[in-house]
Design a protein around this ligand. Structure first.
Ligand SMILES: Cc1ncc(COP(=O)(O)O)c(C=O)c1O
Length: 148
């Protein structure tokens, strides 16, 4: 198998992987009959000690849902100016969450505690509420959202 790390969709699945997918039990999620996705969600929830998990078929979808869940309209999200959530998700923070963004200039995407602390807004009726810091793994896909 040739592993190609430019993005997750460059590596082609092997025949065994395709066979496994082809034979997986599938069904309707709303009717709770998608047993394979359900098993995955339960496994991941238990791995991370959470009550439940939600399978998201793309990173962008996971990021946008997480931002929506952790903000209210008018809030401010802190992230690096190179971050995927800001640069490559079609303005989704504004569109989906009606939130604004405070961009920081980290070290190749890495945000230090000092940078973040200096960007946190104090409570003041004139300011947006800082409710979220988005920290991305700069060497690989994966984001972490820190709720304030
Ligand atoms: C941090 C981060 N979030 C999200 C994505 C997008 O994921 P997807 O292409 O599955 O929507 C990427 C893509 O590389 C990423 O690096």
């Amino acid at each position: 198998m040739r592993i190609e790390l430019r993005s997750d969709t460059f590596t082609k699945p092997t025949k065994e992987m395709l066979d496994y997918m082809f034979n997986a039990e599938v069904g309707d999620d709303v009717w709770e009959e998608d047993y394979t996705a359900k098993a995955l969600e339960e496994k991941v929830a238990s791995m991370f000690g959470m009550e439940a998990a939600l399978f998201c078929p793309s990173g962008t979808m996971a990021n946008q849902i997480a931002i929506k869940v952790h903000t209210q309209a008018g809030d401010e999200v802190i992230c690096d100016y190179t971050s995927h959530v800001y640069q490559y998700e079609g303005g989704g923070i504004a569109f989906n969450s009606s939130a604004s963004v405070k961009l920081l200039h980290g070290d190749r995407g890495k945000l230090s505690v000092n940078l973040i602390e200096a960007a946190l807004r104090e409570e003041n009726v004139h300011y947006p509420r800082t409710s979220l810091v988005s920290v991305e793994n700069t060497t690989n896909k994966g984001g972490v959202l820190v709720m304030i």
